[in-house]
Design a protein around this ligand. Structure first.
Ligand SMILES: [Zn+2]
Length: 164
C-alpha cells in the first residue's frame, strides 16, 4: 500500500494488532521514504452472492437502504437502522462463512427487524417472501402475534415452563 503522504510504495509494519475480537487486524506502518506513519486495516471480505451468480461485497449501507424503505412513516430512526445493519453483519460473520447467498442476508434481517418494528417487518417480509395473498399476511401476522407473546429471553423460550 502506498504512503498516503508521499505516495512511496514501500512501508514497514511497526505494530500489528487484532481488533473487533479478531475479525480485523490493524497495522501501524512507517513509510520508508518520508518516515511518516499511517494505519491500515485488514478485514475478511464478506461476499454476497446474488441470484445471477454475481458476487458483491456485503454492505451495511445496502441493508439500511433496504430496510429504510420498509420503515417509511414508522418511528424508526437512523441510529436504529445502523444498529440493525450492524447486527445483521455480526450474525452473518459469526456464521464463519466467506460467502453468503443474497437471500440469506434477507433472512438475517427479518429477526432484528421484527424486534424493531412489527409493521416494518411485515412490509419487508411481504416483499422478501413474495406474499401473494391476504392469507399470506394473515399467517405471518398470526405467527408474529405468537412470537410477540413469547418470552423475551431467547434462552428461556423453549424450556416448556409456564411462568403464569
Ligand atoms: Zn511517505
Amino acid at each position: 500500500m502506498r504512503c498516503p503522504f508521499c505516495r512511496h510504495a514501500d512501508s514497514r509494519v511497526v505494530d500489528s494488532r487484532e481488533v473487533d475480537e479478531g475479525q480485523a487486524i490493524r497495522r501501524r506502518r512507517s513509510c520508508s521514504k518520508c518516515g511518516r506513519r499511517f494505519t491500515t486495516s485488514e478485514t475478511m471480505v464478506l461476499a454476497v452472492v446474488k441470484r445471477s451468480g454475481v458476487t458483491e461485497q456485503f454492505s451495511r449501507e445496502k441493508v439500511v437502504r433496504g430496510v429504510r424503505r420498509a420503515c417509511q412513516g414508522r418511528p424508526v430512526d437512523d441510529d436504529a437502522l445502523q444498529q440493525l445493519a450492524q447486527r445483521v453483519e455480526e450474525s452473518i460473520r459469526s456464521a464463519g462463512v466467506a460467502e453468503i447467498p443474497s437471500h440469506e442476508v434477507g433472512l438475517a434481517i427479518l429477526g432484528p427487524l421484527r424486534e424493531l418494528d412489527a409493521v416494518a417487518y411485515l412490509r419487508f417480509a411481504s416483499v422478501y417472501r413474495s406474499f401473494s395473498s391476504i392469507e399470506d399476511f394473515e399467517k405471518e401476522i398470526s405467527d408474529l402475534r405468537v412470537a410477540m407473546a413469547a418470552p423475551a429471553d431467547p434462552d428461556n423460550s423453549d424450556n416448556g415452563a409456564d411462568d403464569d
